[in-house]
Write a protein that binds this ligand. Structure first.
Ligand code: GCU
Length: 454
């Protein structure tokens, strides 16, 4: 028998009354320290012990290797153009429809984790707009917040912080360089860049000088940079406050997901040409920039700064930071839980994929691999390991009618390898993309300098 009919207004009132109750009833997120969650992940994988990582201190008995003759314990890399069936990929079509998805699946499951099939919607709000000057360039600077729909689990709130600055007098929509920023730029109002120091132009000023805009997204507003935060942020929200499964996404994919949501916003902003957006980051955010570029094919150009292990550096190299470091309690949250296996029962050579294939996922788009001087920046990030990933991504670019690095010889410092779609330059400075900006911008200009180029 049908229940008695209620008037529509009463039904609506009943339904909306239930909503706040639901919010209050949502249990708080599980609270675990990074160490506890790391141990929990090991338990899920049945791992008793992990090998310890290398030590950054060269005097330590366990110091990271800096001897090139010992850097290649596993010389064989997975072939990006060999299907799991054993068949060779010989057409762009087979790359796109068969091999690329295989590589994506391996990275998803074993390395960076899977983004849930459905993620909550993000509603972008412009919270401040200011007409101002950056150096002598009039700009429009906006501060935005991306409110992530948390109706499935109101105990976790995620508000993505983003600033966007474009030249005020642009004749049309402009290219934008999107950076994963280290801190929330600009307090209350929109952000203004610091000057470049020593009389030089800041990277923001260099970007504006091209007539382009820049944007800065705050990774920590998407996902905290600690294993103790995995039940909160976007990962925790999607898991309704529960800890991760072993193939769930880590922070790198979460940060990249946030950058993709910023790109969604750019697609709606008439000041931006969203088909001409670069993604840039340094260090852990260099890793995130490469992951964003690899997974979201809407990004036109990548500028990947000193990304090291988990970024462009080959996992199979033993030079500087190792898989065992990234799998430790301080960094494992960047990756999928499954990645821990390769520092325990398995080793780097058992990974089904390596970093050259992450670079290959960017093909045919342009990607610039940046690193600092070995003497100033140090050897932890492994310049050559990142260069080699670029080299071994080459065959995929070539299959797609593009050019890779064009050499297998590691170039002298300050040599720009920029003739192909994979670029590399080791600058003379430290742990920064700073000195490579002019070279990068000239490189990027080929791809996004004019709308007709794409
Ligand atoms: C550490 C870590 C690197 C990381 C870097 C950073 O050095 O070992 O993997 O890139 O921090 O992000 O600052």
């Amino acid at each position: 028998m049908l229940p008695p009919r209620l008037p529509a207004a009463a039904l609506l009132a009943a339904a909306t009354a239930a909503l706040p109750a639901l919010a209050q009833d949502a249990p708080a997120p599980v609270t675990l320290t990074a160490k506890e969650d790391h141990k929990r992940t090991m338990d899920l994988l049945g791992i008793k012990e992990l090998r310890r990582g290398a030590d950054g201190n060269p005097k330590s008995p366990n110091a990271a290797n800096a001897d090139e003759s010992k850097a290649t314990p596993y010389p064989d890399l997975p072939d990006p153009l060999l299907l799991k069936s054993g068949r060779r990929v010989t057409s762009p079509e087979a790359w796109r429809t068969q091999r690329r998805p295989e590589i994506v699946e391996d990275f998803d499951r074993e390395v960076y984790g899977r983004v849930p099939r459905e993620t909550p919607k993000v509603k972008w709000e412009v919270v401040a707009t200011e007409k101002t000057m950056v150096g002598d360039v009039p700009v429009v600077a906006k501060r935005l917040v991306g409110h992530v729909d948390n109706s499935v689990y109101p105990a976790v709130t995620v508000d993505i912080q983003l600033t966007l600055t474009v030249p005020a007098n642009a004749p049309g929509p402009v290219p934008v360089v999107l950076e994963f920023g280290f801190a929330f730029p600009g307090g209350k109002g929109p952000a203004l860049p610091p000057s470049g120091g020593k009389g030089g132009l800041s990277w923001q000023q260099q970007v504006l000088a091209k007539g382009w805009g820049y944007a800065i997204i705050v990774p920590n507003s998407i996902q905290a940079d600690t294993g103790g935060g995995l039940t909160r942020g976007i990962i925790g929200l999607c898991n309704r406050g529960q800890p991760r499964r072993v193939d769930d996404w880590g922070a790198l994919r979460a940060w990249a997901w946030g950058a993709s949501r910023a790109l969604d916003y750019f697609e709606t902003d008439p000041a931006v040409d969203a088909r001409r957006v670069c993604i840039e980051g340094l260090s852990r955010y260099g890793k995130a920039a490469l992951v964003a570029m690899a997974y979201d094919e809407r990004f036109a150009v990548g500028f990947v700064g000193s990304s090291g292990a988990g970024g462009a550096k080959l996992h199979r190299r033993d030079f500087g930071e190792k898989v065992e470091n990234v799998a430790g309690a301080g960094e494992y949250h960047w990756m999928a839980g499954n990645y821990l296996k390769y520092a325990g029962p398995l080793t780097a050579k058992d990974l089904p994929v390596d970093a050259h294939e992450l670079v290959a996922l960017c093909a045919p788009r342009a990607v610039f691999i940046s690193v600092g001087s070995a003497t100033v920046e140090g050897t932890w990030v492994d310049a050559r390991g990142m260069f080699l990933a670029g080299v071994h991504a080459g065959p995929v670019y070539e299959l797609l009618g593009k050019r890779g690095l064009g050499t297998r010889e590691f170039p002298p410092q300050e040599t720009a390898l920029v003739d192909g779609e994979v670029a590399f330059r080791q600058h003379a400075g430290g742990h920064t993309t700073g000195p490579n900006w002019p070279t990068f911008l000239r490189f990027a200009d080929r791809y996004i300098g004019t709308p007709a180029n794409r």
